[in-house]
Design a protein around this ligand. Structure first.
Ligand SMILES: NC(=O)c1ccc[n+]([C@@H]2O[C@H](COP(=O)([O-])OP(=O)(O)OC[C@H]3O[C@@H](n4cnc5c(N)ncnc54)[C@H](O)[C@@H]3O)[C@@H](O)[C@H]2O)c1
Length: 349
């Protein structure tokens, strides 16, 4: 039997309880202590999990010698401060997305984890979801050809955040999925947006990412939409995939559709597009909660000393793209070049 892994969780608001539920359900894992500055959230957790110890002071987690790992699921502006304390205390650390509020903060955490030989993982949850992993297999098999572009829409009414705009809140999911499918970082970003409700914080944005192989991606993020939309379309040179995460069962549809131009033509009159309409199919997907896979992966990486699929470096890359989007937003959508090969401290990508 594996050694029981003791986990502490900071932040029991909307998302933290999902992490607590999943870590608690894993064999050989115990959520020993949870922390929140809001006493009412702790009382709620205690009702659900009577054996858990609660505290309003984060330092209690750090000082707890039994804890192997700490999970940070607080508002984003606290991620760096709490994760740094956790790593300095020798705890393996899981940070919710986005990893921190700046790439400098992310780089410091990546360096610290490397120096102390600790596992650092970021909660890019969708990388652990069955539909995203199936699409990745299909893309890598060559079935849809070269990815020409990806279009992603993540829209809903709220939940308005006070410390980050809608891109920083919702787009980390789209960015992490797009990087996973593209297998390369973008070379430039454009982002436009508007702040309607809180005049300081954009609640609707449109970002585009350009890749050095000609690939292109568009991300539309909104807290101001009547419908909850979770849709990504991956257009390949041979086939197209529609991924609708709101569908209960048929989340992925693969369309054998494409447009071809004739290989040779002498006159414009001879030129004709050829539209190919083939069959569509819906692969069967096993229903597994992504968080179950994600939390298990964190513990497996700690035990085996392996790098997580969504490591600190992946968190850094996403934050570098978010920073570039903020720079572009300030310049009303101007193109911002980025080089994610190296961070400021020379962290290799
Ligand atoms: N992976 C995902 O799919 C996903 C989904 C939603 C949210 N998130 C992320 O989870 C994190 C939390 O988001 P949320 O929506 O749960 O926010 P939230 O505001 O609902 O909850 C945050 C909680 O942290 C507590 N808190 C504040 N300061 C604290 C401190 N110093 N120590 C301990 N607790 C403290 C607050 O009292 C609150 O209960 C964010 O990083 C967010 O982006 C991830």
């Amino acid at each position: 039997m594996e050694k029981i892994m003791n986990v502490g969780v900071a932040g029991c608001g909307y998302w933290g309880p999902n992490l607590i539920r999943n870590f608690s359900s894993l064999p050989d894992c115990r959520v020993k202590q949870v922390c929140d500055t809001d006493e009412s959230r702790l009382q709620h957790m205690k009702r659900l999990y009577p054996s858990i110890t609660t505290t309003t002071v984060f330092e209690d987690l750090v000082k707890d010698k039994d804890l192997d790992a700490i999970v940070v699921a607080t508002p984003v502006h606290l991620h760096h401060e709490l994760a740094k304390k956790s790593l300095l205390a020798g705890k393996h650390t899981f940070i919710e997305k986005p990893m921190a509020t700046s790439s400098a903060e992310c780089e410091e955490l990546v360096d610290l984890a490397a120096k102390k030989k600790l596992t650092l993982m970021v909660g890019h949850t969708f990388i652990y979801s069955t539909p995203v992993r199936r699409i990745k297999e299909i893309v890598d098999s060559g079935e849809i050809g070269e990815i020409q572009y990806i279009s992603s829409r993540r829209l809903n009414l709220g939940l308005f955040q006070k410390d980050i705009n809608v891109t920083w809140d919702l787009a980390p999911h789209d960015i992490s999925i797009i990087l996973y499918f593209m297998g390369r970082p973008p070379v430039s970003i454009n982002c436009q947006g508007k702040a309607h409700v809180n005049k300081e914080i954009e609640d609707v944005t449109n970002m585009s990412l350009n890749f050095d192989n000609g690939g292109f991606a568009i991300i539309h993020s909104s807290w101001l939409d009547p419908n909850k939309v979770r849709e990504m379309i991956i257009v390949g040179s041979k086939k197209m995939i529609v991924y609708n995460d709101n569908e209960p069962l048929e989340k992925i549809k693969i369309y054998d559709k494409r447009v071809e131009t004739p290989p040779h033509y002498d006159t414009f009159a001879e030129f004709q597009y050829s539209y190919h309409y083939g069959d569509a199919y819906i692969p069967h997907l096993k229903q597994v909660e992504p968080l179950k896979f994600e939390t298990q992966h964190f513990l497996d990486c700690i035990r085996k000393g392996e790098t997580p699929e969504t490591s600190g470096l992946d968190g850094l890359r996403v934050v570098q793209i978010l920073e570039a989007s903020s720079r572009s937003l300030k310049k009303d959508g101007a193109r911002v070049e980025i080089d994610l090969q190296k961070g400021k401290t020379g962290v290799p990508a």
